[in-house]
Design a protein around this ligand. Structure first.
Ligand SMILES: [Zn+2]
Length: 88
């Protein structure tokens, strides 16, 4: 009889743990996921060397043939200049 009671108790405890686990999951998701439209909008420009997007005010710029190219880092800018301004 006692064993059955302990078993039932464990079963309820397990359910309690599972419920709490899912509650904490939902809590974390809502906390780490702020509204996307509340983020400040920045103009994103493409680094054509490594194909990543960076905010325009953080990008390195290089003028070539009347066109402005953007780079995420000095490394990418150097690669671009080393290749003579040709991409791909
Ligand atoms: Zn880059």
């Amino acid at each position: 009889m006692i064993i059955r009671l302990i078993f039932l108790f464990l079963l309820f405890y397990l359910v309690f743990l599972v419920v709490r686990f899912f509650q904490s999951l939902g809590h974390n998701v809502s906390r780490s996921n702020p509204r996307p439209d509340s983020l400040p909008k920045k103009t994103m420009v493409k680094d054509e060397v490594c194909n990543t997007y960076i905010p325009e005010d953080e990008a390195l710029k290089e003028n070539r043939d009347g066109r402005v190219y953007y780079f995420c880092s000095e490394d990418c800018r150097k690669k671009f200049l080393d290749s003579g301004g040709k991409i791909n």
